[in-house]
Design a protein around this ligand. Structure first.
Ligand SMILES: Cc1cc2nc3c(=O)[nH]c(=O)nc-3n(C[C@H](O)[C@H](O)[C@H](O)COP(=O)(O)OP(=O)(O)OC[C@H]3O[C@@H](n4cnc5c(N)ncnc54)[C@H](O)[C@@H]3O)c2cc1C
Length: 553
């Protein structure tokens, strides 16, 4: 890429990651926060800071909630655990699935309505919508068009195109990328999420929001452990506790639970620790909001949505031989994330050049398949009792001819042959023996890998994959050196989370509202829709509801 090799800003951002200083667009210097005078006492608690609305997480839902609360007259403090704002939102493709009769749809002659949006999102044919909570979908549908216009009014610039998102009509639009190069987090040039997120950040700051970076919420404060109003939060900043009071409410917008192995395995026992997560290493979504709310009595909602793999919840890795291989996130040296990765991986894999094997050295599906082959992998584990509880590592196996055909460069910054995610050897048996990953709990049996490769080569000779039907297997794996590259599937969305009502108020195990507590984004359960749209709509609802609490007609 041509941009920014000598760019000081990207260097300073990298230094910043290392030093843990506070950065970001107009970031607030907070050295004095912990020592500042307590701004009040309530419920026996001393507070370091007070605002009408305290928001946890400066990502998609949190920033939407901030802009919304501010326009309704509330003061806002956002705490953000990361060194910069944005979460998954800023890494996203910026494709926003909002319709219902927007000005953009009208320009393109597309007729749509809230009812059409509703019908699409309760459609039984789609797993994303089949089991979604109808009251939540109705609220989403009713606020679709107005939320799109609201984004535009608040500075989000959308391309003049509509993209089909699989519903009755075209309704997905894409934000322009934020124009400032040094705001880029990934090297990949199409992270349009920055156009959405930086615009919301800009508006929130202009209207007075304070954003406290490197502040990680650790718990909620409620009047009594599981009853009464939620008063605010406790966050951790540089080893100190900071107590923040939200007089009108607290919004949990922490982005879901994909990175929390204990949490995700409650819904799906297969999702053991070796899975990759889209968005890491920029922001791990660790279920902090869910756990804090559950600790004060909140309920989860529609948890089966997670297990059913709706939408793109689990996807095939795109870059092999690295820990983080999500399609559109390429962590090259000009990315501030590069220091946190073992390399950007080998890209544009033609799966005719490689096979995938389990940690036991066995193939389990047609590698050219679009999906990740999870179900087939599970079947492949049949008879291996050690692996019935999880997917296990998956390795791409290929040879020197494949490297030549792909034009790959073996070595940094792409792969690290001295690390845990990429191995090479002169024979197949040596390759199996060389694999030493933290997740490869037992050695790969060399004989099994030899047998797998020999059998695959026989399919290349005959032109028929008798085991998994790979269409005309083309290339033998025969010329040393041989390679093994990390290729485990990637978890993308949280499709379950906290129970809320359509006003984004969190509810307890008895179905009662927990006063003062709101939730939006992937931390919110009930609606299995992938992506930005529901996060923005319910963030906006939460901000408005909290600001106008008691004044709604
Ligand atoms: C690579 C990628 C591409 C995507 N592309 C699209 C797309 O084109 N269209 C689409 O619709 N969706 C897309 N998505 C999904 C979309 O980005 C997410 O669904 C959405 O951003 C989630 O919003 P959120 O507010 O729930 O979480 P986030 O935007 O992730 O924000 C959560 C924030 O909370 C912070 N946080 C977490 N815990 C704490 C804590 N304890 N204290 C303080 N802060 C905390 C995190 O650091 C983070 O900044 C994509 C996702 C990824 C990863």
């Amino acid at each position: 890429m041509s941009k920014g090799k000598g760019n000081d800003t990207s260097l300073s951002r990298r230094d910043f990651v290392k030093t843990g200083a506070v950065a970001g667009l107009g970031a607030t210097g907070l050295g004095g926060l912990v020592s500042c005078a307590a701004s009040g006492q309530e419920g026996g608690q001393a507070w370091d800071r007070t605002a009408d609305f305290v928001i946890v997480g400066a990502g998609t839902a949190g920033l939407a909630g901030a802009v919304s609360a501010l326009e309704h007259g509330a003061s806002v403090i956002i705490v953000e655990a990361n060194y910069d704002i944005g979460g998954h939102g800023i890494l996203s493709g910026g494709r926003v699935n909002l319709g219902g009769g927007t000005s953009l749809q009208r320009t393109h002659g597309v007729e749509d309505s809230a009812d059409h949006v509703f019908e699409d999102w309760i459609n039984h044919e789609s797993l994303q919508s089949r089991y979604s909570d109808r009251a939540m979908v109705r609220a989403f549908a009713d606020e679709n068009a107005s939320t799109f216009e609201w984004l535009v009014e608040n500075g989000v610039d959308f391309q003049d195109t509509l993209i089909s998102s699989g519903g009755m009509v075209e309704r997905q639009s894409r934000a322009f990328q934020w124009p400032v190069y040094e705001e880029l987090i990934t090297s990949y040039p199409t992270r349009h999420g920055s156009g959405l997120i930086r615009a919301l950040e800009k508006k929130a700051r202009e209207n007075g929001a304070e954003i406290l970076l490197l502040h990680k919420m650790t718990r909620l404060v409620r009047e009594a452990p599981t009853s009464g109003r939620v008063l605010g939060i406790v966050a951790e900043h540089e080893g100190e506790e900071v107590r923040l009071r939200g007089t009108k409410g607290t919004l949990l917008a922490t982005g879901g639970h994909t990175s929390n192995v204990h949490f995700r395995r409650m819904f799906d026992p297969r999702l053991t620790e070796e899975y990759q997560v889209a968005g890491e290493p920029y922001t791990p979504q660790a279920a902090d909001g869910e756990l804090a709310a559950m600790a004060i009595g909140a309920s989860l909602w529609s948890t089966a949505n997670q297990t059913m793999e709706a939408g793109s919840w689990i996807s095939k890795t795109a870059h092999i031989g690295t820990r983080w291989g999500y399609g559109n996130l390429v962590w090259l040296p000009d990315s501030p994330m590069f220091d946190r990765t073992p390399g950007s991986g080998l890209s544009e894999v033609d799966w005719q050049n490689a096979i995938m094997v389990t940690d036991m050295g066995r193939r389990f599906y047609d590698e050219t398949g679009r999906g990740h082959g999870f179900y087939n992998a599970a079947l492949a584990y049949h008879g291996n009792p050690n692996k019935l509880d999880g997917g296990g590592p998956i390795w791409a196996i290929f040879d020197a001819d494949a490297v030549a055909r792909q034009g790959w460069e073996i070595g940094p910054p792409y792969v690290d042959p001295a690390g845990d995610w990429f191995f090479m050897a002169d024979t197949i048996a040596e390759l199996a023996r060389s694999i030493r990953s933290p997740y490869q709990t037992a050695p790969m049996p060399p004989a099994a890998l030899e047998e797998t490769v020999a059998r695959y080569n026989s399919f290349v000779d005959s032109g028929i994959d008798e085991d998994f039907g790979k269409p005309t297997p083309r290339n033998r794996i025969g010329r040393p050196p041989f390679y093994a590259a990390w290729s485990t599937p990637i978890l993308h969305d949280s499709l379950t989370g906290l129970r809320t009502n359509p006003r984004a108020q969190v509810m307890d195990l008895n179905g009662e509202v927990i006063p003062g507590l709101y939730c939006a984004g992937e931390t919110q359960g009930g609606f299995a829709q992938h992506g930005l749209a529901r996060c923005i709509v319910f963030g906006r609802i939460a901000g408005r509801e909290a600001a106008l609490d008691g004044q709604m007609v």
